[in-house]
Design a protein. Sequence first.
Lengths: 278, 296
Amino acid sequence: MNAYKLKKIIGSRLLFIVLTIVGFTMIVPFAWTLSSSLKFDREIFEYPIKWIPEVLRWSNYKEVWTRVPFLTYYLNTIKLSVIVTIGQLVTCSLAAYSFSKLSFPGRDKIFLFYLATMMVPWHAIMIPQFIIIKGLGLYDSHTAIVLLNLFSAFGVFLLRQFMLGIPTELSEAARIDGCSEIKIYSKIIMPICKPGLATLTVFTFNHMWNDYLGPMIYLNTDNLKTIQIGLAAFRSQYGAEYGLIMAGTVSALFPMVLIYCIAQKYLIEGIAFSGLKG
Amino acid sequence: MERKRRIKRKWLTGYLFILPSFVGFFIFMALPVIMGFGISLTDYNGFNQFKFVGLSNYINMFKDEYFLISFRNNVLYTLVTVPCTIVIALLLAVALNTGIKGKSVFRTIFFFPTITSMVAVGIVWSMMFHPSRGPINQFLMALGVENPPQWLVSTKLALFSVMIVAIWKQAGYYMVMLLAGLQTIPRHMYEAAQIDGANAFQRFFKITLPMLSPTMFLVVIMSIISSFQVFDLISVMTEGGPGRATNVLVYRIYQEGFKYLRFGYASAMAYFLFIIIMIITLIQYRGQKKWVTYMQ
């Protein structure tokens, strides 16, 4: 019995050490980025690495933000992320309500169509999408990005699943009391769905913040650009100024890291959900 | 009469609620799927005049060495990243599911790279891979490696280097999905097996894997599909180079479509991608019933 216990303890200690090493490989690149963002170029590649710079070169940050319109990129990305997130919450929750709480002919067929769109790889249809957007005269505008991202089959699916869990009696009772559907949706169902809405919010915001190919295709004017293309362009323009690039990278990562710290629960739940129900 | 009108109004409400997203899906998803095929049969290049060329874009595609190289690279990328990512993700998930101390801290850390942008990650890793001054090679040289690998600069290693980054970035994502799957396996099954004298390996292969198969199957399909859509990392780290060494399907489509404006030809390649992914999805749909063990 004792030998068995000992083996178990040693096993879990070993596992702990292995996991710690894996954890380090996940974090070290970011630690190096943060540390390098506060160094001059020649200090960055010194070996052994000085994880805490002797002098913190905050000037890197100041330079990045003044040399290119980083603030504009930032504000553009925030604007697009917020509009798309709110828009998706509305369009997805309306559809989810309809699919879960209302009945009408063809409902399940239409839902199947929604599910099917989830399978369509965006990269395979980016050319016709581009032609449609261009035809609408929306090329090089934020409207293009908003329109293309306003609808999410995943969001409908997630919220529908959530709403199916809400007892029908609740909306039925309100209906008998003479409540209109839009009122039942907004006053009864939506408040109960808050955790689901939070998950969709974090997901969509994360997607929008990190989106690269979309803005690259649709945004041409400099003052419309988003943070990811701004960062990529900065890097190809000032390829050798490593400290500045690192400061720019940290600036681009910061908001998502902050959101992750606050709301990681919702992100992880959303992914776990897609694994179990998908 | 009154009742009929009420029912009709109820139906109308249902349709009105789905209308906004339906219009969106129709214009920006369904329509492009049809249009894409149409465009792939023409020599459309963004100007108004174009002619119908039949299947010649598809025929040319399979004669185009550049396309074939990109496709081969992509298949190689899939064959390496998918198994590696999933094995790592599974091991991490199983390890975290043992009730180890600090589980949620580990999960937070392992998942962290997945929320960061591909652009940022690509930039950071490109610098870390710098052949002479990057920390990875400095470390290797300090260990006494005389000719450390040239990573992104080397034609042979560039794709492999990108794969390392992709695996590193995505493992946490699939780990979270698999962990959720593991948590649905009832504890008493393990207890029963342990009483019967099953060791850890037997328990893993006889209980964990079969019980996890629905999630596992989904994870495999999802990661194959996403591996055929790799773009950001390639664009930031190598731009398909050196030479054509790291060019992949979507990067090729992007180049042909948006750099050279050969919409017709690019659409043919895009449709090829579409068909690949549809086939994989179909396998998932069919296979789920066949190969997956569901709990009674």
